[in-house]
Design a protein around this ligand. Structure first.
Ligand SMILES: Cc1cc2nc3c(=O)[nH]c(=O)nc-3n(C[C@H](O)[C@H](O)[C@H](O)COP(=O)(O)OP(=O)(O)OC[C@H]3O[C@@H](n4cnc5c(N)ncnc54)[C@H](O)[C@@H]3O)c2cc1C
Ligand code: SF4
Ligand code: SF4
Length: 1019
C-alpha cells in the first residue's frame, strides 16, 4: 500500500442538522427522521463500520428526492442513497442525509416483453422483480444471494454479481440505461452514447469531459484495469475501452449508464433503471463433483468452465460438516457426497431443451474421468433435489455466521477475484496467511469466476484491525501477482476505497477524482467512497470503536449461553458466562446481528411480519437489534433498555419467533423483547390493559364463574367503545368469549384413564383452551383415547400453594415482561409435570405458544436440569401423533370427511420449532384429505397484539399480506385449519359477515374423522 489516504470526511450536524430537518419536513411528503433512534439505525450496514448520518429521508416520490437534493445542496449537506443497506463494505454508512429508497420507490415501470427490457424504480427488490417477471417467462439474472432484500438501485450502485455471472455477467452487463439526478439538480437519462445527443447542456459538457479522460487514459486503462469479469472496484473508466472478459454491450458501443453502475451513489442518484432481461431457463441439471482436496477442486475449476456451466459453486469441507451436523440437511448433503470429499463443486447447466443440459452433464462426467477423478460426479436432474442442495449451501454459511463470541467472520477480502489458473495456489497461500495470523476462514461460492468468498475470524474490538490490515496487505500482494481484482463483488465503500489507488495506480486514481468532480463538483454525493477514502482500519469508524462499552444490565432471563468467547484459530468456545459481558450475555446476543438485512425479505417463511407490514427499518429485526445494541452502549441515555426509543422499536414486534429460526445468526427478538419489556415495566410500571391481560390466568377462574358479566363488553351496546377509550382494546374487535363449561371444570377432565404411574400421555391444557375453547381439549382426549393411549390431565402438584388453580405456562406474563410472575407459573408447571416425565409419560399440549414455551423460555428461567428434562418430553399433539405414526405405533380409526381439502395456516411458533410437517402428516392421516399450507407469515393477532386499538391497522395489514387472501380464495367446503387460538380468532374476526370462515384446531379435524368412523365405519 503506497497511496496517501485522506482523513475521514465527517459532516457535523451543527452545519445545519436541525434547520435541515425543518426545511425537509416542509418540502417533502415522506418521512423525515432525525431522532437519535433513526440515525442510529441508519448508521450501519452489513459492514464493520458505523457512522451516524445527519438524518434520514424516506421519500414518498422522486419529487421528494429532488427537493431534498436541492435543500442539501443549499445547506452543503451530503446525500447518501440507500436501498436495503446490505452492502458489506460500508457503502451506505456516512455522515450525510440518508435517502432510503426501499419503502416507497418500488414501482416496476414498464415491461417490454418483445425487447426483453423493464424499467424499475431504485427501491424494487430483486425477488419482487423476478416474481413479477416469472409469468412472462423472463427473469433478471443477476442473482445475488441477497435477492430477497437487495434493491435494484443498490445492486446497480455496487455493480452486484450473482452466482450465475459466468453466464449472464454482472450488473454492468445488464443495465441498459439510468435516469439520474445530479447533485446540482440536473436530470438526464444516461444510456447508449448514440442516444444522448439531446442531453441537457450540463450533461453534454460532462460527457465531453468523460470522453477526454477516456482518451487520455486509454493506455493506462489497458495497463491497470484488471481483465477479469469480476472487477467492481473504482469507476468503470473502461466504458470506452472495455477490459472486462465479457463485453459491456452487445455491439461493443459505449453506454454511459455503465459509468454510474458501481459508482456507489457517489456520482448521481438513480431514479429509474432500464434493465436487460433474459428468458427463464427452461431446464437445469446439476453435477456435484467430489474432490479429495480443496486444492484439487480449485485446480479443476478452469477446466470445468470450458463446459459452459451457468454456475460453479464451491462448498468446502467445513461447510459440508456444518451441513451434516444439522439433521434438517444431513440427508440432502449426503445425497451429494461420494465418500468423504475434501470439497465439492456444484456445477449447474441450463438450456432451452432438456437434452442440452443433460448432455453437458455427461460431458462433465467424462471430463472428470479425463482429469483423473472417474466416478466423482453425483448427477442431479431432479429440480427438487437441486433446490434442496442450493439451500444447504446457503444454510451452511448461515451456521458459520452464527459463531458466538467477539470473534466474527469479517468481510474485507471476501471477494478478491483471481484468474482461474491461479485459484488453487491463491487459496492455499491465503489459508497459510490466515494461520500465520492465528485465524482461519471457510471457503465457498463462485469458483466459476475466481471469486471465492472467505471471511477470516477477527475480533474487531481488540486486535482485529491490526490483523485485518496485515491480512489485506498479504492478500493484495497475491492478487496483484496473479493480475486479479481486489474487489470482485462487493465494491469499495469504507473498507476498500483506500485500495482503489493501489489497484489502479495513482494516475487512474486521479482520473477517478476528475470523474467524481465532473459529476459532483461540490462533493455532496456519498463522499469518502471510491475516491478520497478513509483508511480501512480507522477504528473511529468501526461499529465497535475504541472505548465501546456495554452498559451493565441485571437481566431477568438467562443469557449466559451467549456470554462466551471463541478461539479464532480453532473455533473453540469458552463455557457459558465467561465472555465478560456486563449485560450477562444479553449484549452479546444482541450483537449477533451482523446487519445482513435478511429480515427485510418478503419470500417464504415468517420473518419479519412487522417489517412486511410497515416496510420501516425501525420495525425490522435488524432495526430492533441495532436499537437494543445502541441502547446498551448508552446512546439513548441512562434508561437504556427501558427508554422510549427501545419501547417504540419493539412495539410492533409480534414475538412470532420468525427471526429465531430464519435469521442467519439466530437473533431471537421475541426473547429479547421479554427482557426489554421487563426492564421497561420495572422502570415505568405497566398500563392497566397490559396488567389485565398479563394476570388473566389469575382472574380467569372468577370470570368463568360469571361469563355473562365478563362478556358484557361484547354484548352491551357501547361497551366496546368504552373499553377502547378506557383500556385501549379495539372496539372493532370482539374479544374471546368466556365459557362457563371450562374443560378443567368438566367431567371429561376429571376422568383419567389410568393411575398416574401408568399414563402414556399427560394433557397440558392451557389457559386459553380451558376457558375459551374447551372443545379442543375434549377433542384431544377423544383422539388420544381412540388411539389407545392412557390419558391423564395435567393438574397442579399437591404441594402447590394454589392446588386448585389450573396450570399455566406464563405466556401472558412473559408478553408483559413480568418475568418473575412467569417464572412462578413455570415452577408450578415443572413441579407438576416433571414427575410424569420421570414416570415415562409424554407431555402433550394444544396451543403452540403455550406448549412450546416449555421448550423455549422455560430453559432460560434458571429452572435447571428439571426444565431441560421437561422440554425434551413436551410435544404439541400433532408432534406426538406424528412421532407415534412414524414409529408405526399409531392406530387411529379415521374415516374420510365430506371435505377433501384443508387449508393450513401454521402458527408462527409451530414454524419456529419445525412442527408444521407434523401437522401436515397428521392431517394426511385423514383418508382423502389433501392439505395445502398457506405460505403466510404471522396472522397479525399474535396473542393480545391485534386486540390493541393502536395495533389494529398493522394487525389487519399483516393478515392481509397472505393469510386472508388465501382464506377468502378457499372454496366454501375447504377446511381451514389453524392451531393457534389467536390465528383462529383473527380469521373469524376479519371474515365476519356473510360467507365468514371459521378455522379449527387440527385435533378437531381428527375428532370429526373419528366420529364419522364411529357412525359409518371405515370410509
Ligand atoms: C450475506 C450477504 C450476501 C451477499 N451476496 C452478494 C452476492 O451474491 N453478490 C453481490 O454482488 N453482492 C452480495 N452482497 C452485497 C449486497 O447485498 C449487494 O451489493 C446488494 O446488491 C446491495 O443492495 P442494497 O439494496 O442492499 O444496496 P445498498 O447497500 O443499500 O446500497 C448499495 C450502494 O448503492 C447505492 N445506491 C442505492 N440506491 C441508489 C440510488 N437510487 N441511486 C444511486 N445509488 C444508490 C448506495 O449509496 C450504495 O453505495 C451480499 C451481502 C450480504 C450481507
Ligand atoms: S436480525 Fe438477523 S436477519 Fe436481520 S439483519 Fe440482523 S442478522 Fe440479519
Ligand atoms: S419476533 Fe417476529 S416480529 Fe419480532 S422481530 Fe422477530 S420476526 Fe420480527
Amino acid at each position: 500500500m503506497s497511496e496517501a489516504v485522506a482523513q475521514p470526511l465527517v459532516f457535523h450536524a451543527s452545519r445545519g442538522g436541525g434547520d435541515l430537518a425543518a426545511r425537509l419536513a416542509r418540502a417533502v411528503e415522506g418521512d423525515v427522521l432525525f431522532d437519535a433512534g433513526s440515525r442510529g439505525r441508519y448508521a450501519t450496514d452489513a459492514s464493520i463500520y458505523q457512522v451516524e448520518p445527519v438524518g434520514v429521508l424516506v421519500p414518498k416520490s422522486v419529487d421528494d428526492v429532488r427537493a431534498a437534493i436541492a435543500i442539501c445542496r443549499e445547506q452543503g449537506v451530503p446525500v447518501l442513497a440507500r436501498g436495503a443497506g446490505s452492502s458489506q463494505c460500508g457503502q451506505t454508512v456516512g455522515a450525510a442525509l440518508v435517502i432510503d429508497c426501499s419503502k416507497h420507490l418500488s414501482r416496476i415501470a414498464g415491461l417490454d416483453r418483445e425487447g426483453m427490457t423493464v424499467g424499475v424504480e431504485p427501491g424494487v427488490v430483486l425477488d419482487q422483480l423476478n416474481g413479477f417477471l416469472k409469468p412472462h417467462g423472463l427473469w433478471f439474472p443477476v442473482d445475488v444471494s441477497t435477492s430477497a432484500q437487495a434493491t435494484l438501485g443498490g445492486m446497480a450502485g455496487n455493480n452486484s454479481c450473482g452466482s450465475r455471472s459466468i453466464a449472464y455477467g454482472n450488473m454492468v452487463h445488464n443495465v441498459l440505461a439510468i435516469d439520474a439526478i445530479l447533485s446540482d439538480g440536473t436530470q438526464a437519462r444516461f444510456g447508449p452514447e448514440k442516444e444522448m445527443g439531446g442531453a441537457p447542456a450540463r450533461v453534454g459538457e460532462l460527457l465531453r469531459g468523460l470522453r477526454a479522460i477516456g482518451e487520455r487514459e486509454h493506455d493506462e486503462i489497458g495497463r491497470k484495469v484488471p481483465k477479469v469479469l469480476r472487477r467492481v472496484g473504482g469507476y468503470n473508466i473502461d466504458v470506452c475501452c472495455p477490459q472486462s472478459e465479457r463485453p459491456y454491450t452487445a455491439d461493443e458501443s459505449v453506454n454511459f449508464a455503465h459509468l454510474l453502475v458501481g459508482s456507489e451513489g457517489t456520482l448521481a442518484w438513480s431514479r429509474e433503471l432500464t434493465l436487460k432481461l433474459a428468458p427463464l431457463p427452461a431446464h437445469r441439471t446439476l453435477g456435484v463433483v467430489n474432490f479429495p482436496t480443496l486444492y484439487k477442486a480449485m485446480e479443476s475449476a478452469r477446466h470445468l468452465v470450458a463446459l459452459r456451466p451457468s454456475a460453479v459453486e464451491l462448498v468446502d469441507r467445513t461447510m459440508i460438516d456444518l451441513a451434516r451436523g444439522n439433521p434438517a440437511f444431513r440427508a440432502v448433503i449426503d445425497r451429494a457426497l461420494i465418500g468423504e470429499p475434501g470439497a465439492i463443486l456444484l456445477v449447474e447447466f441450463i438450456g432451452e431443451t432438456r437434452a442440452d443440459p443433460l448432455s453437458r452433464l455427461k460431458d462433465l462426467v467424462a471430463l472428470m474421468g479425463d482429469l483423473g477423478l472417474p466416478g466423482s460426479v453425483v448427477e442431479m436432474t431432479d429440480a427438487g433435489a437441486q433446490r434442496a442442495l442450493w439451500d444447504v449451501r446457503k444454510a451452511g454459511l448461515n451456521i458459520m455466521m452464527s459463531l458466538r463470541g467477539d470473534g466474527k467472520p469479517v468481510s474485507f477480502i471476501e471477494d478478491c477475484a483471481v484468474p482461474l489458473e491461479h485459484l488453487a495456489e491463491y487459496v492455499d497461500r491465503l489459508t497459510q496467511v490466515f494461520a500465520r495470523h492465528g485465524t482461519r476462514g471457510t471457503w465457498y461460492a463462485h469458483a466459476s469466476v475466481g471469486t471465492l468468498h472467505v471471511r477470516p475470524i477477527l475480533d474487531m474490538r481488540r486486535d482485529g484491525a491490526t490483523k485485518m490490515r496485515a491480512i489485506a496487505e498479504e492478500a493484495s500482494a497475491m492478487v496483484r501477482e496473479y493480475k486479479g481484482a481486489f474487489s470482485g463483488e462487493h465494491g469499495d465503500g469504507l473498507v476498500r476505497s483506500e485500495w482503489v489507488g493501489w489497484q489502479f495506480g495513482p494516475r487512474l486514481n486521479r482520473a477517478f477524482e476528475e470523474i467524481k468532480d465532473l459529476f459532483d463538483p461540490a462533493g455532496l454525493m456519498n463522499p469518502g467512497k471510491i475516491v478520497r477514502g478513509t483508511r480501512m482500519d480507522d477504528a473511529s469508524l468501526f461499529r465497535f470503536p475504541p472505548g465501546h462499552r456495554t452498559q451493565p444490565v441485571k437481566t431477568a432471563l438467562d443469557w449466559t449461553a451467549w456470554d462466551v468467547q471463541n478461539d479464532a484459530a480453532t473455533g473453540a468456545v469458552t463455557p457459558p458466562g465467561t465472555g465478560g459481558d456486563p449485560a450477562g450475555g444479553f449484549g452479546k446476543a444482541v450483537e449477533m446481528c451482523n446487519n445482513n438485512g435478511h429480515c427485510r425479505k418478503f419470500d417464504a417463511g415468517t420473518m419479519c411480519p412487522s417489517y412486511r407490514a410497515t416496510r420501516d427499518e425501525e420495525h425490522s429485526t435488524r432495526g430492533r437489534a441495532n436499537t437494543l445494541r445502541l441502547a446498551l452502549s448508552g446512546r439513548f441515555g441512562a434508561e437504556a433498555l427501558a427508554s422510549d426509543t427501545v419501547h417504540a422499536a419493539l412495539d410492533l414486534c409480534v414475538s412470532c419467533k420468525g427471526c429465531r429460526r430464519e435469521c442467519p445468526t439466530g437473533v431471537d427478538m421475541a426473547k429479547m423483547k421479554i427482557e426489554a419489556l421487563h426492564q421497561r415495566q420495572r422502570a415505568h410500571g405497566l398500563p392497566l390493559r397490559a396488567r389485565l391481560i398479563a394476570h388473566l390466568p389469575r382472574w380467569a377462574p372468577w370470570a368463568a364463574r360469571v361469563p355473562w358479566l365478563a362478556n358484557l363488553r361484547d354484548t352491551l351496546p357501547g361497551a366496546a367503545q368504552v373499553s377502547e377509550a378506557w383500556l385501549g382494546f379495539s372496539a372493532r374487535r370482539a374479544l374471546p368469549a368466556w365459557r362457563r363449561d371450562t374443560f378443567l371444570g368438566s367431567a371429561g377432565a376429571s376422568r383419567d384413564d389410568a393411575p398416574p404411574a401408568n399414563a402414556d400421555v399427560v394433557l397440558f391444557v392451557d389457559t386459553f383452551t380451558n376457558y375459551f375453547e374447551p372443545e379442543n381439549a375434549h377433542a384431544a382426549v377423544s383422539v388420544l383415547r381412540a388411539a389407545g393411549y392412557r390419558v391423564q390431565v395435567a393438574r397442579a402438584a399437591v404441594a402447590d400453594t394454589e392446588p386448585s388453580r389450573p396450570l399455566c405456562c406464563g405466556r401472558t406474563y412473559l408478553a408483559a415482561g413480568l418475568v418473575d410472575e412467569a417464572k412462578a407459573e413455570a415452577r408450578r408447571v415443572v413441579a407438576a409435570l416433571l414427575p410424569c416425565v420421570e414416570r415415562g409419560a409424554a407431555i402433550v399440549g394444544l396451543e403452540p405458544s403455550c406448549l412450546l414455551s416449555l421448550r423455549d423460555e422455560f430453559l432460560v428461567m434458571g429452572l435447571g436440569e428439571a426444565a431441560q428434562r421437561l422440554s425434551e418430553n413436551a410435544f404439541l399433539i400433532e408432534e406426538f401423533l406424528a412421532r407415534e405414526h412414524r414409529a408405526g405405533r399409531l392406530a387411529l380409526p379415521l374415516t374420510a370427511l365430506p371435505q377433501t381439502r384443508a387449508l393450513l395456516h401454521a402458527h408462527c411458533h409451530q414454524k419456529a420449532f419445525d412442527a408444521v410437517t407434523a401437522t401436515t402428516t397428521v392431517l394426511g392421516l385423514v383418508p382423502g384429505l389433501s392439505v395445502e399450507p398457506v405460505e403466510s407469515s404471522c396472522c397479525g393477532m399474535a396473542g393480545s397484539f391485534g386486540y390493541d386499538a393502536a395495533h389494529y391497522d398493522v394487525s389487519v395489514k399483516m393478515a392481509e399480506l397472505a393469510l386472508l387472501p388465501a382464506v377468502r380464495a378457499a372454496a366454501p367446503d375447504t377446511l381451514i385449519v389453524a392451531d393457534g387460538t389467536s390465528c383462529r380468532h383473527q380469521i373469524a374476526d376479519l371474515t365476519r359477515g356473510p360467507g365468514g370462515r371459521e378455522a379449527m384446531h387440527v385435533v378437531r379435524v381428527l375428532e370429526r374423522a373419528l366420529e364419522r368412523h364411529a357412525k359409518q365405519g371405515p370410509g
